[in-house]
Design a protein around this ligand. Structure first.
Ligand code: CP
Length: 314
């Protein structure tokens, strides 16, 4: 079966079947990642630009590894080392890159909408690696992959998305993706960190009473408190935030015995997540999420650049 998308910019444009195709393709790449020589020639000759105009550890490094494992040529580019600091416009930058006959641009930018603009300007494949407060679709895919791996399915699963909803691009993709896959989603946050239009994300319920819903959750997804994006003081102190909305050791006893803990990283330890819970040997799947980042990004590169689920490896 072919893949009907050119870009991965808005996860809401993907159906449940297409997301599952991505997850199954990601699963099939596990075998490549367990080989002694972790590389296949699948994307040999393809040129991919990683344009990161904002800091990143996980997304950038896992895209670079995914490209190397598929034998693509990578150009790492962006931020203060480019001619944008001399006043070059985004469209001139994109035109310049496209003169090199590239195949794909992967972009992270602090401004929402930049990946779509690049897609319109360039004509090449585009993956959104996080744009402003808007979306982070490959993060949602790796989150789904980890939940699927640990829980087996999404239908009827109770997932709590906890914390800084207002400033999070992660939940901008994750909540719609969970709903597409059939999970029940509860948003848990201080009233000051819930956007006015939270219903557009599609969550089933919204509460500020973490302890009342925690015992029902199969997966507890803790969001990072995005201090760099906050204006004013949406809560009195980090200590109070941790008491009300942090996943503390005290809250462990309120959780289902088999409930899992997810976090996109980077973690503010002692704020949204205590170290005891972040490193919980039975519950925390955070490092599984990091590993899944390579698998789903390999799958996205492969499917968008013209592959099908069959005949992946060589
Ligand atoms: N989760 C995530 O996007 O992490 P980075 O900012 O390190 O890429």
């Amino acid at each position: 079966m072919g893949f009907p998308h050119k870009h991965l910019i808005d996860i809401s444009e993907y159906s449940a079947d297409e997301i599952m195709q991505l997850l199954k393709t990601a699963e099939s790449f596990k075998e490549v990642n367990e080989r002694r020589i972790k590389q296949v020639p699948t994307l040999k000759g393809a040129t991919i630009v990683n344009m990161f105009n904002e800091p990143s550890t996980r997304t950038r490094s896992s895209f670079e590894i995914a490209e190397k494992r598929l034998s693509a040529n990578s150009l790492n580019f962006g931020g203060s080392s480019t001619s944008s600091v001399k006043g070059e416009s985004l469209s001139d930058t994109v035109e310049t890159l496209c003169s090199y006959k590239i195949d794909m641009i992967i972009v992270r930018d602090k401004h929402a909408g930049v990946p779509r603009k690049i897609a319109d300007l360039s004509g090449v494949h585009v993956i959104d690696a996080g744009d402003g407060k808007h979306q982070h679709p490959t993060q949602a895919l790796l989150d789904l992959y980890s939940i699927w791996e640990h829980k087996g399915s999404f239908e009827g699963l109770n997932v709590g998305v906890v914390g800084d909803i207002s400033h999070s691009r992660v939940c901008g993709s994750l909540i719609p993706a969970l709903k597409i896959m059939g999970a029940n989603v509860c948003v848990i946050a201080p009233p000051t960190l819930i956007p006015a239009n939270v219903e557009v994300l599609g969550a089933d319920s919204v509460t500020s009473d973490f302890d009342s819903v925690l015992p029902d959750l199969d997966a507890v997804y803790m969001l990072r408190v995005q201090r760099e994006r906050m204006e004013g003081a949406p809560f009195p102190s980090l200590r109070e935030y941790n008491m009300m909305f942090g996943l503390t050791q005290q809250r462990d006893r309120l959780m289902k015995p088999d409930a899992i803990i997810c976090h996109p990283g980077p973690i503010n330890r002692g704020v949204e997540l205590d170290s005891f819970m972040a490193d919980h040997p039975d519950r925390s799947v955070i490092l599984d999420q990091v590993y899944a980042g390579i698998l789903v990004r390999m799958a996205a590169l492969y499917l968008l650049l013209g592959g099908s689920e069959d005949g992946i490896t060589a």
